[in-house]
Design a protein around this ligand. Structure first.
Ligand SMILES: *[C@@H]1O[C@H](CO)[C@@H](O)[C@H](O)[C@H]1NC(C)=O
Ligand SMILES: *[C@@H]1O[C@H](CO)[C@@H](O)[C@H](O)[C@H]1NC(C)=O
Ligand SMILES: *[C@@H]1O[C@H](CO)[C@@H](O)[C@H](O)[C@H]1NC(C)=O
Ligand SMILES: *[C@@H]1O[C@H](CO)[C@@H](O)[C@H](O)[C@H]1NC(C)=O
Length: 106
């Protein structure tokens, strides 16, 4: 709900880490195209990473670590061309990812 409301703003930093969030990562996450930093680590988010993460093309830091995400890492994530740091560790993800970012924590 918070994510949906905030998508109408030109948010640059969104830190919802350690908030006991559950459910899935909303696919509307891709609408935060101006986000520089998105940290939703240390929650209880399950399900798949939505392909719309690839729309986050100005995002520098994306931290989805320490959740219960499963499935494969969507190939679309390559659309997030500005990423410098991607943290996906401590989930139930599988699949290959091309490590062309500066720091990738899997
Ligand atoms: C996000 O963008 C999609 C189109 O890309 C639109 O259909 C959807 O309503 C948007 N969601 C929100 C919460 O603005
Ligand atoms: C995200 O927030 C957590 C604290 O809840 C912090 O430990 C972590 O370093 C942050 N991630 C990044 C990339 O700064
Ligand atoms: C993936 O997460 C969803 C939502 O939490 C869950 O319903 C599903 O059983 C999980 N799938 C696997 C293979 O763990
Ligand atoms: C990000 O995507 C938008 C919409 O598709 C596009 O207009 C913009 O040029 C892209 N920016 C970068 C840095 O790729």
């Amino acid at each position: 709900m918070l994510l949906l409301a905030a998508s109408y703003l030109s948010l640059q930093v969104l830190d919802l880490s350690s908030n006991a969030l559950s459910g899935g990562v909303p696919s509307a996450i891709g609408n935060f195209s101006r986000l520089r930093i998105l940290n939703i680590s240390r929650n209880s988010l399950g399900g798949f990473i939505p392909p719309s993460v690839g729309d986050l093309n100005t995002t520098l830091i994306l931290d989805l670590s320490h959740n219960q995400l499963n499935g494969s890492i969507p190939a679309e994530i390559r659309g997030a061309v500005s990423l410098q740091e991607l943290r996906l560790d401590s989930n139930f993800l599988y699949g290959a990812i091309i490590k062309y970012w500066e720091t990738v924590h899997l």
